[in-house]
Design a binder for this molecule. Structure first.
Ligand code: AMP
Ligand code: MG
Length: 273
């Protein structure tokens, strides 16, 4: 047990009704280390996880799916950059879900997500995910309530299917305060190198903050299952957010404990000419 393990996120029970105001978006006040120590730990974790990912790939039985959700500027891209460094790109795929294409809209909402789920031995990362269908779709009434209301059950069934098929689904909600989002959006306006990240539409979405928070509370409450629980990640400080997710993911790898498979036949003593 290292002092960094205190950084593991809250775990709440299946069936709990989540209220986001009960969860802090910043690091604990009594933390006895800072950014420098956290960044060092993240680097060490990355090395350990890369070694375990190699065994997961060789074993070719199970997989991991990291689902990242959060309000605009919560740091989904930054988390991936920081936590997944050192991973072999052959066995690690990031899928960023955008507004669905015409083809995607011609299928059920899970079709594109199922298609992007990691194959055996791989690590998949969803930057946004099937949860957008109970978030942006709900907030903007893109489909009627009678439709999106059914999606929670579909999502739980989908994640159970993945889980039964050997995929460990790890879901993180990157929790930020409204003030943190204001600061980060302002930075995107003020710093020329960040202009590319700024989308004026994000300001309209910001006005819908309470609607999104409510939609998130329902998504977290309704889809917090035993096989794939949600983790609420305090994300106001980027280094703390990255540390928590890095610790969480390292624990997932450690619990899976992937092993190099034994050779299919005994070729000891064989001389390669
Ligand atoms: P970004 O993550 O900043 O590149 O933005 C992607 C955009 O796609 C966000 O505004 C999402 O809300 C939107 N998006 C993702 N999935 C869906 C979906 N299923 N339906 C509608 N919009 C979506
Ligand atoms: Mg954006």
């Amino acid at each position: 047990m290292s002092k960094f393990d205190v950084a593991l996120p809250h775990v709440f029970k299946s069936g709990d009704s989540i209220k986001l105001k009960d969860f802090t978006s910043g690091p604990p006040e009594d933390l006895d280390f800072g950014k420098k120590a956290a960044c060092k730990r993240i680097g060490l974790n990355a090395v350990e996880m890369a070694a375990m990912a190699k065994r997961l790939y060789a074993e070719n039985q199970r997989s991991i799916l990291l689902v990242l959700q959060g309000m605009d500027t919560a740091g989904k891209d930054g988390t991936i950059r920081s936590v997944m460094r050192g991973m072999n790109p052959t066995s690690c795929q990031v899928t960023s879900f955008k507004v669905p294409s015409a083809e995607e809209l011609d299928h059920d909402f899970l079709w594109r997500c199922h298609n992007a789920a990691p194959r055996r031995g791989n690590i998949g990362i969803f930057n946004r995910s099937h949860y957008e269908n109970v978030l942006v779709v709900r907030v903007h009434s893109l489909v009627p309530k009678s439709e999106w209301n059914k999606y929670y059950d579909h999502i739980n069934d989908f994640e159970k299917l993945l889980s039964d098929n050997g995929t460990k689904v790890v879901k993180c909600f990157l929790h930020i305060s409204k003030e943190t989002q204001r600061e980060r959006l302002q930075e995107r306006v003020d710093v020329p190198e960040k202009h590319w990240k700024f989308n004026p539409g994000d300001l309209k979405e910001r006005k819908l903050w309470p609607d999104y928070q409510r939609a998130y509370e329902d998504a977290l409450s309704n889809c917090n299952t035993k096989h794939s629980p949600w983790h609420i990640i305090p994300s106001d400080k980027k280094w703390y957010r990255n540390l928590v997710i890095s610790q969480l993911l390292k624990k997932v790898f450690t619990d899976l404990d992937p092993q190099f498979p034994a050779a299919e036949e005994d070729f000891r003593g064989l001389v390669v000419e």
